[in-house]
Design a protein around this ligand. Structure first.
Ligand code: USQ
Length: 383
Protein backbone atom coordinates (compact mmCIF):
# COMPACT_ATOMS: atom_id res chain seq x y z
CA UNK A 1 0.00 0.00 0.00
CA UNK A 2 1.27 3.49 -0.84
CA UNK A 3 1.33 5.63 2.30
CA UNK A 4 2.18 9.31 2.33
CA UNK A 5 3.20 10.67 5.73
CA UNK A 6 3.10 14.45 6.01
CA UNK A 7 5.41 15.80 8.72
CA UNK A 8 7.99 13.00 8.68
CA UNK A 9 10.62 14.93 10.65
CA UNK A 10 8.47 15.27 13.78
CA UNK A 11 8.31 13.50 17.15
CA UNK A 12 5.56 11.19 15.85
CA UNK A 13 6.04 11.53 12.09
CA UNK A 14 9.47 9.90 11.98
CA UNK A 15 8.59 6.80 14.08
CA UNK A 16 5.43 6.46 11.95
CA UNK A 17 7.50 6.44 8.73
CA UNK A 18 9.69 3.57 9.97
CA UNK A 19 6.77 1.66 11.48
CA UNK A 20 4.71 1.75 8.27
CA UNK A 21 7.80 0.87 6.19
CA UNK A 22 8.28 -2.20 8.40
CA UNK A 23 4.61 -3.10 7.92
CA UNK A 24 5.46 -3.36 4.21
CA UNK A 25 3.95 -0.06 3.05
CA UNK A 26 5.61 1.97 0.29
CA UNK A 27 6.35 5.05 2.41
CA UNK A 28 6.70 8.59 1.09
CA UNK A 29 7.18 11.51 3.42
CA UNK A 30 7.07 15.30 3.26
CA UNK A 31 8.46 17.94 5.60
CA UNK A 32 9.27 21.66 5.45
CA UNK A 33 11.31 21.56 8.71
CA UNK A 34 9.29 24.40 10.26
CA UNK A 35 9.49 22.77 13.70
CA UNK A 36 13.30 22.91 13.54
CA UNK A 37 12.98 26.59 12.62
CA UNK A 38 10.71 27.26 15.61
CA UNK A 39 13.24 25.45 17.85
CA UNK A 40 15.86 27.97 16.66
CA UNK A 41 13.44 30.88 17.06
CA UNK A 42 12.49 30.08 20.67
CA UNK A 43 15.96 28.79 21.60
CA UNK A 44 15.21 25.18 22.53
CA UNK A 45 16.86 21.93 21.51
CA UNK A 46 15.78 18.32 22.04
CA UNK A 47 17.37 16.22 24.76
CA UNK A 48 19.09 13.97 22.24
CA UNK A 49 21.00 14.56 19.02
CA UNK A 50 18.39 14.26 16.28
CA UNK A 51 19.99 13.44 12.97
CA UNK A 52 18.65 15.32 9.94
CA UNK A 53 15.72 13.63 8.24
CA UNK A 54 17.88 13.03 5.18
CA UNK A 55 20.54 11.29 7.32
CA UNK A 56 17.91 9.19 9.10
CA UNK A 57 16.26 8.16 5.83
CA UNK A 58 19.66 7.36 4.23
CA UNK A 59 20.57 5.21 7.22
CA UNK A 60 17.19 3.51 7.22
CA UNK A 61 17.26 2.83 3.47
CA UNK A 62 20.79 1.33 3.69
CA UNK A 63 19.67 -1.05 6.42
CA UNK A 64 16.13 -1.94 5.41
CA UNK A 65 14.43 -3.42 2.37
CA UNK A 66 11.41 -1.20 2.99
CA UNK A 67 12.51 2.17 1.65
CA UNK A 68 11.29 5.64 2.59
CA UNK A 69 11.29 8.47 0.04
CA UNK A 70 11.47 12.13 1.07
CA UNK A 71 9.97 15.21 -0.58
CA UNK A 72 11.20 18.45 0.98
CA UNK A 73 8.74 21.31 0.79
CA UNK A 74 5.78 23.11 2.23
CA UNK A 75 2.21 21.91 1.86
CA UNK A 76 1.14 25.57 1.94
CA UNK A 77 2.51 25.55 -1.62
CA UNK A 78 -0.38 23.76 -3.33
CA UNK A 79 1.58 23.15 -6.55
CA UNK A 80 4.24 21.22 -4.60
CA UNK A 81 1.53 19.10 -2.95
CA UNK A 82 -0.40 18.57 -6.20
CA UNK A 83 2.77 17.28 -7.93
CA UNK A 84 3.37 14.74 -5.17
CA UNK A 85 -0.19 13.43 -5.09
CA UNK A 86 -0.35 13.30 -8.90
CA UNK A 87 2.92 11.37 -9.04
CA UNK A 88 2.35 8.93 -6.15
CA UNK A 89 -1.42 8.56 -6.01
CA UNK A 90 -1.24 7.47 -2.34
CA UNK A 91 -3.90 5.18 -0.93
CA UNK A 92 -3.24 6.25 2.66
CA UNK A 93 -2.33 9.77 3.79
CA UNK A 94 -1.27 10.33 7.40
CA UNK A 95 -1.23 14.03 8.17
CA UNK A 96 0.98 15.26 11.05
CA UNK A 97 2.38 18.32 9.24
CA UNK A 98 1.13 20.98 11.64
CA UNK A 99 2.59 23.34 14.22
CA UNK A 100 2.08 21.14 17.35
CA UNK A 101 2.58 23.45 20.32
CA UNK A 102 -0.31 25.01 22.25
CA UNK A 103 1.97 27.34 24.30
CA UNK A 104 3.67 28.60 21.11
CA UNK A 105 0.28 29.45 19.61
CA UNK A 106 -0.61 31.48 22.73
CA UNK A 107 2.60 33.54 22.92
CA UNK A 108 1.53 36.44 20.67
CA UNK A 109 -0.54 37.45 17.63
CA UNK A 110 2.09 36.47 15.08
CA UNK A 111 2.48 32.96 16.54
CA UNK A 112 -1.30 32.45 16.73
CA UNK A 113 -1.57 33.66 13.12
CA UNK A 114 1.24 31.36 11.97
CA UNK A 115 -0.27 28.36 13.79
CA UNK A 116 -3.71 28.78 12.32
CA UNK A 117 -2.61 29.73 8.78
CA UNK A 118 -0.03 26.94 8.65
CA UNK A 119 -2.33 24.27 10.06
CA UNK A 120 -5.69 25.18 8.57
CA UNK A 121 -4.52 26.20 5.10
CA UNK A 122 -2.07 23.31 4.74
CA UNK A 123 -4.91 20.92 5.55
CA UNK A 124 -7.20 22.75 3.10
CA UNK A 125 -4.59 22.41 0.32
CA UNK A 126 -4.43 18.70 1.12
CA UNK A 127 -8.21 18.31 0.80
CA UNK A 128 -8.18 20.03 -2.62
CA UNK A 129 -5.18 17.94 -3.72
CA UNK A 130 -6.97 14.74 -2.69
CA UNK A 131 -10.13 15.76 -4.56
CA UNK A 132 -8.07 16.34 -7.71
CA UNK A 133 -5.65 13.39 -7.66
CA UNK A 134 -6.66 10.67 -5.20
CA UNK A 135 -10.30 10.93 -4.18
CA UNK A 136 -10.33 7.35 -2.93
CA UNK A 137 -7.37 7.75 -0.58
CA UNK A 138 -7.97 7.47 3.17
CA UNK A 139 -6.96 10.63 5.04
CA UNK A 140 -5.82 9.87 8.59
CA UNK A 141 -5.63 13.24 10.27
CA UNK A 142 -3.99 13.86 13.64
CA UNK A 143 -6.41 15.94 15.64
CA UNK A 144 -6.39 16.35 19.40
CA UNK A 145 -8.48 15.55 22.46
CA UNK A 146 -7.97 19.23 23.29
CA UNK A 147 -10.53 20.06 20.60
CA UNK A 148 -13.25 19.16 23.11
CA UNK A 149 -11.81 21.14 26.01
CA UNK A 150 -13.17 20.04 29.38
CA UNK A 151 -16.98 19.99 29.04
CA UNK A 152 -19.21 19.17 31.98
CA UNK A 153 -20.74 16.22 30.09
CA UNK A 154 -19.27 12.95 28.80
CA UNK A 155 -17.05 13.30 25.71
CA UNK A 156 -18.24 11.04 22.88
CA UNK A 157 -16.10 10.10 19.87
CA UNK A 158 -16.55 13.12 17.65
CA UNK A 159 -20.32 13.06 17.22
CA UNK A 160 -23.27 13.71 19.51
CA UNK A 161 -26.87 12.56 19.10
CA UNK A 162 -29.12 15.36 20.28
CA UNK A 163 -32.81 15.88 20.67
CA UNK A 164 -33.99 19.47 20.46
CA UNK A 165 -37.64 20.52 20.73
CA UNK A 166 -38.74 17.00 19.90
CA UNK A 167 -36.50 16.55 16.83
CA UNK A 168 -33.32 14.48 16.59
CA UNK A 169 -29.99 15.17 14.87
CA UNK A 170 -26.45 13.83 14.89
CA UNK A 171 -24.02 16.73 15.17
CA UNK A 172 -20.25 17.15 15.46
CA UNK A 173 -19.55 17.21 19.19
CA UNK A 174 -19.48 20.88 20.32
CA UNK A 175 -15.89 22.05 20.77
CA UNK A 176 -14.52 24.38 23.43
CA UNK A 177 -10.71 24.26 23.15
CA UNK A 178 -8.25 26.21 25.29
CA UNK A 179 -5.64 27.48 22.77
CA UNK A 180 -5.27 28.81 19.23
CA UNK A 181 -3.39 25.60 18.43
CA UNK A 182 -6.26 23.38 19.60
CA UNK A 183 -8.68 25.69 17.73
CA UNK A 184 -6.69 25.11 14.52
CA UNK A 185 -7.50 21.40 14.83
CA UNK A 186 -11.20 22.20 15.34
CA UNK A 187 -11.15 24.20 12.11
CA UNK A 188 -9.43 21.27 10.35
CA UNK A 189 -12.12 18.89 11.63
CA UNK A 190 -14.86 21.11 10.25
CA UNK A 191 -13.15 21.39 6.86
CA UNK A 192 -12.58 17.64 6.59
CA UNK A 193 -16.16 16.80 7.59
CA UNK A 194 -17.40 19.25 4.95
CA UNK A 195 -15.22 17.67 2.23
CA UNK A 196 -16.29 14.13 3.13
CA UNK A 197 -19.95 15.18 3.05
CA UNK A 198 -19.66 17.26 -0.13
CA UNK A 199 -16.98 15.57 -2.23
CA UNK A 200 -17.17 11.98 -1.02
CA UNK A 201 -13.68 11.96 0.51
CA UNK A 202 -13.05 9.47 3.33
CA UNK A 203 -11.23 10.39 6.50
CA UNK A 204 -10.47 9.33 10.04
CA UNK A 205 -9.78 12.15 12.50
CA UNK A 206 -7.70 10.94 15.43
CA UNK A 207 -8.41 13.04 18.48
CA UNK A 208 -5.18 12.22 20.21
CA UNK A 209 -4.36 12.84 23.87
CA UNK A 210 -1.01 13.90 25.29
CA UNK A 211 1.74 11.59 24.04
CA UNK A 212 4.74 10.59 26.17
CA UNK A 213 7.78 8.39 25.73
CA UNK A 214 10.89 8.16 23.63
CA UNK A 215 11.19 4.69 22.22
CA UNK A 216 9.48 2.66 19.57
CA UNK A 217 10.69 -0.66 18.20
CA UNK A 218 12.27 1.09 15.22
CA UNK A 219 13.80 4.12 16.99
CA UNK A 220 15.60 1.69 19.31
CA UNK A 221 17.39 -0.02 16.42
CA UNK A 222 20.12 2.63 16.30
CA UNK A 223 20.97 6.01 17.83
CA UNK A 224 20.75 7.48 14.32
CA UNK A 225 17.07 6.51 14.13
CA UNK A 226 15.94 8.24 17.33
CA UNK A 227 13.07 10.68 17.32
CA UNK A 228 13.23 14.09 19.01
CA UNK A 229 12.54 14.27 22.74
CA UNK A 230 11.60 17.70 24.08
CA UNK A 231 11.33 18.75 27.70
CA UNK A 232 11.00 22.51 27.27
CA UNK A 233 7.81 24.51 27.82
CA UNK A 234 7.04 24.86 24.10
CA UNK A 235 7.38 21.34 22.72
CA UNK A 236 7.75 19.13 25.80
CA UNK A 237 4.59 17.35 26.86
CA UNK A 238 3.96 17.11 30.58
CA UNK A 239 5.14 13.54 31.30
CA UNK A 240 8.33 13.98 29.25
CA UNK A 241 8.94 17.22 31.15
CA UNK A 242 8.34 15.71 34.59
CA UNK A 243 10.67 12.76 33.95
CA UNK A 244 13.40 15.17 32.83
CA UNK A 245 12.82 17.35 35.89
CA UNK A 246 13.08 14.26 38.12
CA UNK A 247 16.44 13.43 36.50
CA UNK A 248 17.67 16.91 37.44
CA UNK A 249 16.35 16.47 40.99
CA UNK A 250 14.16 19.51 40.31
CA UNK A 251 10.67 19.86 41.79
CA UNK A 252 7.97 18.78 39.33
CA UNK A 253 6.23 21.81 37.81
CA UNK A 254 2.52 21.15 38.37
CA UNK A 255 0.61 24.16 37.03
CA UNK A 256 -1.96 25.52 39.47
CA UNK A 257 -4.02 23.09 41.54
CA UNK A 258 -3.09 20.17 39.27
CA UNK A 259 -6.64 18.88 38.83
CA UNK A 260 -6.44 19.39 35.03
CA UNK A 261 -7.40 16.01 33.59
CA UNK A 262 -6.40 14.80 30.12
CA UNK A 263 -6.13 11.60 28.09
CA UNK A 264 -2.60 10.20 27.72
CA UNK A 265 -0.89 7.56 25.61
CA UNK A 266 2.53 6.07 25.07
CA UNK A 267 4.22 6.88 21.74
CA UNK A 268 4.09 3.14 20.90
CA UNK A 269 0.30 3.25 21.23
CA UNK A 270 0.18 6.20 18.82
CA UNK A 271 1.72 3.92 16.19
CA UNK A 272 -0.69 1.08 16.98
CA UNK A 273 -3.68 3.41 16.79
CA UNK A 274 -2.61 4.95 13.48
CA UNK A 275 -2.11 1.43 12.07
CA UNK A 276 -5.55 0.34 13.28
CA UNK A 277 -7.11 3.43 11.74
CA UNK A 278 -5.40 2.69 8.43
CA UNK A 279 -6.66 -0.91 8.52
CA UNK A 280 -10.24 0.24 9.13
CA UNK A 281 -10.98 2.93 6.55
CA UNK A 282 -14.44 4.45 6.40
CA UNK A 283 -16.56 4.31 3.24
CA UNK A 284 -16.42 7.08 0.68
CA UNK A 285 -18.17 10.18 2.04
CA UNK A 286 -17.77 9.02 5.64
CA UNK A 287 -15.94 10.90 8.38
CA UNK A 288 -14.84 8.78 11.34
CA UNK A 289 -13.58 10.26 14.59
CA UNK A 290 -11.65 8.17 17.12
CA UNK A 291 -10.57 9.38 20.55
CA UNK A 292 -6.96 8.26 20.77
CA UNK A 293 -5.76 7.87 24.35
CA UNK A 294 -5.33 4.97 26.73
CA UNK A 295 -5.54 6.42 30.26
CA UNK A 296 -6.77 9.63 31.88
CA UNK A 297 -4.92 11.39 34.68
CA UNK A 298 -4.88 14.73 36.41
CA UNK A 299 -1.54 16.51 36.35
CA UNK A 300 -1.23 15.85 40.10
CA UNK A 301 -1.91 12.12 39.51
CA UNK A 302 1.05 12.07 37.12
CA UNK A 303 3.34 13.86 39.56
CA UNK A 304 2.34 11.52 42.43
CA UNK A 305 2.79 8.43 40.26
CA UNK A 306 6.31 9.55 39.31
CA UNK A 307 7.07 10.37 42.95
CA UNK A 308 5.84 6.94 44.12
CA UNK A 309 7.61 4.96 41.37
CA UNK A 310 10.97 6.69 41.86
CA UNK A 311 10.73 6.26 45.62
CA UNK A 312 11.18 2.53 44.85
CA UNK A 313 14.69 3.33 43.65
CA UNK A 314 15.26 5.61 46.64
CA UNK A 315 14.76 8.90 44.86
CA UNK A 316 12.85 11.57 46.76
CA UNK A 317 11.01 13.71 44.21
CA UNK A 318 9.27 16.91 45.29
CA UNK A 319 6.34 18.65 43.65
CA UNK A 320 5.73 22.41 43.21
CA UNK A 321 2.34 23.90 42.46
CA UNK A 322 3.35 26.83 40.24
CA UNK A 323 1.09 29.73 39.33
CA UNK A 324 -0.65 28.38 36.24
CA UNK A 325 0.59 30.19 33.10
CA UNK A 326 -2.44 28.81 31.18
CA UNK A 327 -6.13 29.63 31.22
CA UNK A 328 -7.68 26.26 31.95
CA UNK A 329 -9.99 24.74 34.54
CA UNK A 330 -7.95 23.27 37.38
CA UNK A 331 -10.80 21.16 38.75
CA UNK A 332 -13.42 19.74 36.42
CA UNK A 333 -15.48 16.79 35.23
CA UNK A 334 -13.75 14.68 32.55
CA UNK A 335 -15.15 11.51 31.08
CA UNK A 336 -14.07 10.85 27.49
CA UNK A 337 -14.81 7.62 25.62
CA UNK A 338 -12.13 5.64 23.78
CA UNK A 339 -14.35 2.63 23.03
CA UNK A 340 -13.59 2.48 19.32
CA UNK A 341 -9.89 1.62 19.68
CA UNK A 342 -10.56 -0.70 22.61
CA UNK A 343 -13.14 -2.56 20.49
CA UNK A 344 -10.59 -2.81 17.67
CA UNK A 345 -8.29 -4.58 20.15
CA UNK A 346 -5.85 -1.91 21.31
CA UNK A 347 -3.67 -3.28 24.13
CA UNK A 348 -2.34 -0.17 25.88
CA UNK A 349 1.12 0.31 27.31
CA UNK A 350 0.32 1.56 30.80
CA UNK A 351 1.98 4.37 32.72
CA UNK A 352 3.04 2.15 35.61
CA UNK A 353 6.00 2.05 38.03
CA UNK A 354 8.07 -0.20 35.79
CA UNK A 355 7.64 2.08 32.79
CA UNK A 356 8.35 5.21 34.86
CA UNK A 357 11.58 3.75 36.29
CA UNK A 358 12.90 2.60 32.92
CA UNK A 359 11.93 5.92 31.33
CA UNK A 360 13.77 7.75 34.16
CA UNK A 361 16.88 5.60 33.70
CA UNK A 362 16.91 6.30 30.00
CA UNK A 363 16.64 10.08 30.38
CA UNK A 364 19.28 9.92 33.14
CA UNK A 365 21.83 9.06 30.42
CA UNK A 366 21.38 12.60 29.12
CA UNK A 367 21.59 14.38 32.49
CA UNK A 368 24.70 16.36 31.57
CA UNK A 369 23.20 17.87 28.43
CA UNK A 370 19.85 19.00 29.85
CA UNK A 371 19.46 22.77 29.48
CA UNK A 372 18.09 23.90 32.85
CA UNK A 373 17.14 27.33 31.46
CA UNK A 374 14.34 26.04 29.23
CA UNK A 375 12.27 24.24 31.86
CA UNK A 376 10.31 26.87 33.76
CA UNK A 377 7.28 28.26 31.89
CA UNK A 378 7.66 31.78 30.52
CA UNK A 379 4.71 32.08 28.13
CA UNK A 380 1.64 33.57 29.77
CA UNK A 381 -1.76 32.65 28.25
CA UNK A 382 -2.92 36.03 29.52
CA UNK A 383 -6.58 36.92 29.78
N1 USQ B 1 1.23 21.00 32.62
C1 USQ B 1 1.72 21.16 33.92
N2 USQ B 1 3.07 21.34 34.07
C2 USQ B 1 3.94 21.37 33.02
C3 USQ B 1 3.44 21.19 31.72
C4 USQ B 1 2.07 21.02 31.55
O1 USQ B 1 0.97 21.13 34.89
O2 USQ B 1 5.14 21.55 33.27
C5 USQ B 1 -0.21 20.74 32.42
C6 USQ B 1 -0.88 21.73 31.48
O3 USQ B 1 -1.27 22.89 32.17
C7 USQ B 1 -2.03 20.88 30.95
C8 USQ B 1 -1.49 19.46 30.95
O4 USQ B 1 -0.34 19.49 31.79
O5 USQ B 1 -3.13 20.97 31.83
C9 USQ B 1 -1.08 18.94 29.59
O6 USQ B 1 -0.16 19.85 29.01
P1 USQ B 1 0.86 19.43 27.86
O7 USQ B 1 1.79 20.58 27.63
O8 USQ B 1 1.46 18.10 28.14
O9 USQ B 1 -0.11 19.19 26.62
P2 USQ B 1 -0.88 20.20 25.66
O10 USQ B 1 -0.38 21.59 25.73
O11 USQ B 1 -2.34 20.01 25.92
O12 USQ B 1 -0.52 19.68 24.22
C10 USQ B 1 -0.01 18.38 23.95
C11 USQ B 1 0.68 18.37 22.60
C12 USQ B 1 -0.35 18.68 21.52
C13 USQ B 1 -1.50 17.69 21.63
C14 USQ B 1 -2.10 17.72 23.02
C15 USQ B 1 -3.13 16.66 23.24
O13 USQ B 1 1.73 19.29 22.58
O14 USQ B 1 0.26 18.60 20.24
O15 USQ B 1 -2.49 18.03 20.70
O16 USQ B 1 -1.06 17.44 23.97
S1 USQ B 1 -4.42 17.21 24.31
O17 USQ B 1 -3.85 17.84 25.50
O18 USQ B 1 -5.22 16.05 24.65
O19 USQ B 1 -5.16 18.18 23.58
Amino acid sequence: MKTLILGGDGYLGWPTCMYFANLGHEVYTVDNFCKRQIELEVGVTPLNKVFTLQERIDFWNKNSNNKIELFTGDILNHKFLYEILEKIKPENIIHYAEQPSAPYSMADRQKAYFTQSNNVLGNLNLLFAMKKYCKDAHLIKLGTMGEYGTPNIDIEEGWLDIEHKGRKEKILYPKKPNSFYHLSKVHDTNNIEFCCRNWGLKSTDLNQGVVYGFHTKETMLDEKLQTSFHYDEVFGTVINRFITQAVLGKNLTVYGKGGQQRGYLNIMDTLNCVRMASENPPDAGEFNIFNQFTETFTVSDIAFKIQKALDKINLKIKIDNLKNPRNELEEHYYNPSNDKFIKLGLKPHLFNDELIISFYKFVKNYENVINKNIIDPKISWSK
